[in-house]
Design a protein around this ligand. Sequence first.
Ligand code: CP
Length: 321
Amino acid sequence: MKQFLYPSHIGDLKTALAEAFEIKHDRYKYESLGHHKTALLIFFNNSLRTRLSTQKAALNLGMNVIVLDINQGAWKLETERGVVMNGDKSEHLLEAVPVMSNYCDIIGVRTFARFENRTDDYTEQILRQFIEHSGKPVFSMESATVHPLQAFADLITIEEHRAKNRRPRVVMTWAPHPKALPQAVPNSFAQWMLAADVDFVYTCPEGYELDPQFVGDLKPIYNQKEALKDADFVYAKNWSCPGVTRPQEYGKVLSTDMSWMVDKAHMDLTNNACFMHCLPVRRNMIVSDDVIESPRSLVIAEAANREISATVVLKRMIETL
Ligand code: CP
């Protein structure tokens, strides 16, 4: 595997899940595979789960790991070509990427949407420069439009908790948040669920429709309560305006309607659903305390499975070096 952004990059999901459960059963089974191989994990943005779980995954495989926080200790990087670099950015990504690639075998990049230009974000401008100029396998640790390690971990978690005799109904619901957040998590969750053996719908206020690149022809259900009926899994997430139906409002907060927060009354509409969120989560904005603390909450299990999804991805990348 030379890049990892989409479910198509990992191929058949049943095979990937089988590999995930093999690793979960014995996470050191491939501890010699990464001997004398180095993973470079580059963070343009903050992280807790991704930072720790991806390092742990690399260690599971016997790799060396280098972590670089671009905004703490490295030169500030210019990412646009053609810019007169007379500001605070000392180095261009076009030199920095090939330099960094000298020191590693596989590169992970975290870089959020900037909301300055929808085209730049939706063409993954920064991640693409790593793919084009590093000559190394590159995986997204959440980039402008996708968070595939999270979606793969969520799929593993659903597989572990689903009833085995029927397809689960998985409902992703928009929920309120005070700040503008990227669409990476909902884009990837939708894309992976649509490729998986589940029935998937999503619900959001008008203006929050996701890009067809990730949801195909699937339209949202605008009535949240109707969408939640008979859900087996409720996946809550905030995202800002994707700009599909309102391009001029890309990246804006269009609603802070607190009636969309997932509380017990919402969960009572479901088929005793499990509650999911990728974390970090703002309690009593996205989800009420009692729902996230309930025995049906899977948020810690999802985070634990981040180690497993990252181990599978790094293993696949090492195998193609
Ligand atoms: N879910 C997730 O990616 O968490 P971090 O932002 O803490 O890495």
